[in-house]
Write a protein that binds this ligand. Structure first.
Ligand code: GSH
Length: 280
């Protein structure tokens, strides 16, 4: 790779260099499948293909929350998609998610089956399908959607920006780390100021906005993302920490966070989930 101080972009970018960094081997500039691959299908209406990253956990937490409320229709099979091995480029997966990223959801209770890609779209789909964690009043719903879409728009700066350059890039470059640390601290302050006035992101009730934000900003505030707690001084965002500590204790959050985990405490990993028995 060219030194950043001497690099002059060519007139037309070409895909001919190894960028380095943790995910270099799976990144490519084209869409579509690379190989034929049939996905497994279980007995339940909802089939999820995912991995236990923050975007994947949003959906498994939502499903566990729905099951905790007694919605049997929320029973799901979830299969592991190993993005390091390129499973997201298999033909069946790309049919569900043309964007080749986990999570991907297929609802087989409809005819034809309904595909859903983008974790935020899945939260809204499930919230509407089961009538939970989503305010009915249009103004309250708009506030909930605002914080949900805030997360969808903001987290790429945290993950793809700050996390990439602080934790995964092949070298530490001051310019991008400064730029994204500044933005992530601003985002934490946005949340902190909101949570100074509210118990949950949209008010008194726990909603899909909390479910979407917790695996990113809650985990960050609890000092468990990118080993960055001291660098970002996350403890100073006291309202975010208070909110994260409350959400963390929800039984469904604990269960959902274990699903599709292939790292961390082995005793807690549930690499595939087909029923509540899998947690035992
Ligand atoms: N906006 C998408 C982001 C999904 C996403 O970035 N997934 C990552 C893992 S957290 C992924 O599958 N990466 C594989 C790749 O980029 O090839 C969502 O929220 O569903």
């Amino acid at each position: 790779m060219t030194d950043s101080s001497t690099y002059v972009p060519p007139a037309v970018w070409t895909w001919d260099t190894e960028s380095g960094g943790k995910f270099a081997s799976i990144n490519r500039p084209i869409a579509g499948s690379t190989h034929e691959k049939t996905l497994p299908v279980g007995d339940h209406p909802l089939q999820l293909y995912s991995l236990g990253t923050p975007n994947g956990v949003k959906v498994t937490v939502m499903l566990e929350e729905l099951l905790a409320l007694g919605h049997e229709g929320a029973e799901y099979d979830v299969y592991l998609i190993n993005i390091g091995d390129g499973d997201q480029f298999g033909s069946d997966f790309v049919d569900i998610n043309p964007n080749s990223k986990i999570p991907a959801l297929l609802d087989r209770s409809t005819t034809p089956p309904t595909r859903v890609f983008e974790s935020g779209a899945m939260l809204i789909y499930l919230a509407e399908k089961f009538g939970e964690f989503y305010p009915e009043d249009p103004s309250a719903r708009a506030e909930c959607l605002s914080w949900l879409f805030w997360q969808m728009g903001s987290a790429p700066y945290l993950g793809g920006g700050f996390g990439h350059f602080y934790a995964y890039a092949p070298e530490k470059w001051e310019y991008p780390i400064n730029r994204f640390a500044m933005e992530v601290k601003r985002q934490l302050d946005v949340l902190d100021k909101n949570l100074a006035k509210r118990r949950f992101l949209c008010g008194d009730d726990y909603t899909i906005a909390d479910i979407a934000n917790y695996p990113w900003y809650g985990i960050l505030a609890l000092g468990k993302l990118y080993d960055s707690a001291e660098f970002l001084d996350v403890a100073s965002y006291k309202n975010v920490v208070r909110w994260a500590l409350e959400v963390k204790e929800r039984p469904a959050v604990k269960l959902g966070a274990r699903v599709n985990r292939t790292w961390g405490d082995e005793a807690l990993r549930v690499t595939e989930r087909h029923s509540a028995e899998d947690f035992k």
